[in-house]
Design a protein around this ligand. Structure first.
Ligand SMILES: [Zn+2]
Ligand SMILES: [Zn+2]
Ligand SMILES: [Zn+2]
Length: 120
């Protein structure tokens, strides 16, 4: 008795009507902690990071990275892990956020090292 396979014979993508999951592949992470079951076609689109560009192009919720201007579908669970919210508003893609946090760590380390502790 399996209780969770009710809809798992369809591709998880609601825009897609592939009815075959012999080769289902994991997509994004669901709120339940499971992964979306995608058909081959959708999974490869997802792997390339183009899922929202292909299937959600007309949906609302698109915003641009404040640093590089890359468009990210923020109103969407598929892209939920590919951007960061900025303290000052707006969003930043993960690549830009990583660059900054790297720099931040270095800056912090330098500040700590050059602080004249012995003066106290
Ligand atoms: Zn599909
Ligand atoms: Zn999307
Ligand atoms: Zn960016």
């Amino acid at each position: 008795m399996s209780s969770s396979s009710l809809s798992s014979r369809f591709c998880f993508n609601s825009e897609c009507f592939e009815f075959r999951l012999d080769h289902n592949r994991p997509g994004w992470r669901l709120r339940t902690g499971d992964f979306a079951d995608l058909c081959d076609r959708c999974a490869s689109v997802y792997d390339q990071g183009k899922f929202c560009d292909v299937f959600h192009i007309k949906a609302s919720g698109w915003r641009c990275c404040e640093s590089c201007g890359k468009r990210i579908h923020c109103g969407c669970i598929v892209s939920a892990s590919s951007f960061m919210l900025l303290d000052a508003g707006g969003i930043e893609c993960l690549a830009c956020a990583r660059k900054k946090s790297c720099f931040g760590t270095q800056f912090f380390a330098i500040t700590v090292l050059s602080f004249p502790i012995s003066n106290f």
